[in-house]
Design a protein around this ligand. Structure first.
Ligand code: GLN
Length: 554
């Protein structure tokens, strides 16, 4: 029968939550037992998201196979179980690179290579490559806004796929329906956006409208009339109060999933969305709150730590609590130690990954404060490397110890380049993707994972130097996990501290509301324990076997 394709384009402006909408529709289709795949198209010329500034584009999401992709893949991973690898992220850069390399190798001998048909054909080939034979539907989210020069070839590819096989391809357009100062709701921007899409030859089948509240029928009728879409196919995507995990339920109430199946002429299987209902219920009914400080250099841009923040939320969900995040710019903690004041309202501190030297001294002060004051501390990637630097300086007395990422010719370097290990299969000079790790027994980490063999994703250029490891251990900071067979330091922990763990890998890419990652569950559980008992000494029961939502959220 062939795969069905659902293209999701955006209109009026960016940042309307197209990724969440796409992921939510995907989750509903899965809840009806349909096997899906999801692709994100990014119309920029960068080949991957790896080199882009988190200030502009938010977090870089890393797949098992080590692709550095757009953060929307993280949304897909949190809402669905659709497998994701490097093929699920397509950029203009990849497409042009493929076409130009092909041209050099003689793929188009005698032809004039053009946007149509060569670039568009290449886009279609890349899209068709995704998903094995078991995949029934492929959702394709087109980044950017209709009318942008950059996204034109992708919309044109959509048009061609619809033209070729109208019964197998749907177009969903997501736009903004703003409310202006006098509280009037305006449909004109949506009308114009659809007009723009139709000019390129694509008539949307379904409209999803970002609105403050569910649209009244009158306005849906008006939008339908001006856009040539049936009124029942005009769906509201309202602002949610409590949690983004409510969006699948809101779409389902408006029958989005059955509308899609009907349009493809498919039967409508029974749906099971009790997991989402459970999650939303916990969020709406819980009265507990856990207050966590997140310290970073890209903190002004909340999307820079998207997966970390979401994973903390999953940890809170597992403890039936609300997460309150206090975001702290690390360079505000430099110079004089004002940590006591800055952290006075939070129970635990997380220091996520980062690159470069800016803000590092503030991070070192943060780690020292957490270690000395028995505050649960979770360092991820650069966060763990900072733990090594802090300990070397303040406990081993190695003045000005530093990562060579921060100070190249440092007298007491706490890190070295992973590229110096010739045996490692690196991508460029970075260690990227899922790798096996061995956890030591008698460690907090082992208590949390309940197993010695784990696999986690990586994205780093530096590793901890092994020279100081015996001295670290003597003074109370142990290595609790190493890369399997290679002995790279994968985790550090403070002995006798209520919860002090640093890890080289990125557990935030493997956490979802349905299956909160054990590290985040344990970290939040310990923070809540401290909040409840006002005692900073006893590690709470830390074993958090990763079981399914039915058990973890029961
Ligand atoms: N900049 C550090 C490195 O390259 C940490 C990377 C990260 O936090 N993702 O090793």
């Amino acid at each position: 029968m062939g795969k069905k394709y659902i293209f999701i384009s955006g209109g009026v402006c960016s940042s309307l939550g197209k990724g969440i909408a796409t992921a939510s529709l995907g989750s509903l289709l899965e809840a009806r037992g349909i096997k899906i795949a999801i692709i994100k198209i990014d119309p920029y010329i960068n080949v991957t998201a790896g080199s882009m500034n988190p200030f502009q584009h938010g977090e870089v999401y890393v797949t098992d196979d080590g692709a550095e992709t757009d953060l929307d893949l993280g949304n897909y991973a949190r809402f669905t179980v659709a497998p994701l690898d490097r093929r699920n992220s397509i950029t203009t850069g990849q497409i042009y690179l493929d076409v130009i390399e092909g041209e050099r190798q003689g793929r188009y001998l005698g032809e004039t290579v053009q946007i149509i048909p060569h670039i568009t054909d290449c886009i279609i080939d890349h899209i068709r490559e995704v998903g094995g034979a078991e995949v029934e539907m492929v959702l394709v989210e087109i980044g950017g806004t209709v009318g942008d020069i950059e996204s034109f070839p992708f919309i044109e590819a959509t048009r061609q796929m619809i033209q070729e096989n109208p019964k197998q391809v749907l177009s969903i357009h997501l736009t903004l329906v703003p409310q202006i100062a006098n509280a009037e709701i305006k449909t004109k921007p949506t009308q114009h956006s659809v007009k723009e899409l139709r000019e390129i030859g694509v008539q949307p089948d379904i409209l999803i409208c970002r609105v403050p509240h569910i649209l009244p029928l009158e306005l849906r009728k008006k939008i339908a009339l001006f856009t040539n879409v049936s009124v029942e196919d005009v769906i509201s995507d309202p602002d949610v109060q409590e949690t983004i995990y409510e969006v699948p339920l809101i779409f389902h109430q408006q029958h989005l999933d059955s509308i899609v199946l009907n349009k493809f002429g498919l039967p409508i299987p029974a749906i099971n969305i009790s997991n989402w209902e459970k999650i939303v219920h916990i969020q709406q009914s819980s009265t507990r709150e856990v207050v966590i400080a997140i310290v970073g250099k890209y903190i002004d841009h909340s999307d820079s730590y998207k997966s970390v923040e979401e994973s903390l939320g999953h940890g809170a969900l597992a403890s039936k609590a609300h997460l309150k995040l206090i975001r702290i710019e690390s360079n505000k903690l430099e110079g004089s130690h004002n940590c006591a004041e800055v952290f006075q309202d939070c129970t635990a501190i997380i220091l996520p990954g980062g690159f470069g030297a800016r803000g590092v001294e503030g991070m070192i002060n943060t780690v020292q404060y957490a270690r000395e004051h028995n505050i649960p501390f979770f360092g991820i990637c650069m966060g763990m490397q900072i733990m090594a630097t802090e300990f070397a300086r303040n406990v081993l007395g190695l003045k000005n110890a530093n990562s060579i990422e921060v100070e190249k010719d440092c007298k007491y370097p706490t890190t070295t380049l992973v590229a110096e290990r010739k045996e490692l299969p690196l991508k460029g000079d970075m260690r990227l993707g899922r790798e096996a790790i061995t956890v030591d027994r008698d460690t907090l980490l082992y208590e949390i994972y309940q197993t010695r063999e784990i696999e986690e994703r990586h994205r780093h250029r530096y590793e901890i130097v092994l020279e100081y490891v015996p001295q670290f251990a003597q003074k109370g900071m142990i290595v609790s996990a190493r890369s399997k067979g290679e002995h790279l330091v994968e985790a550090l922990e403070w002995k006798g501290h209520p919860w002090g763990i640093g890890i080289q890998f990125h557990p935030e890419f493997l956490s979802s509301p349905q299956l909160p990652h054990p590290l985040f569950r344990s970290f939040i559980a310990q923070a809540l324990h401290i909040q409840d008992t006002q005692s900073r000494t006893l590690p709470h029961s830390l074993s958090t076997k990763p079981d399914a939502v039915s058990a973890s959220l029961a």
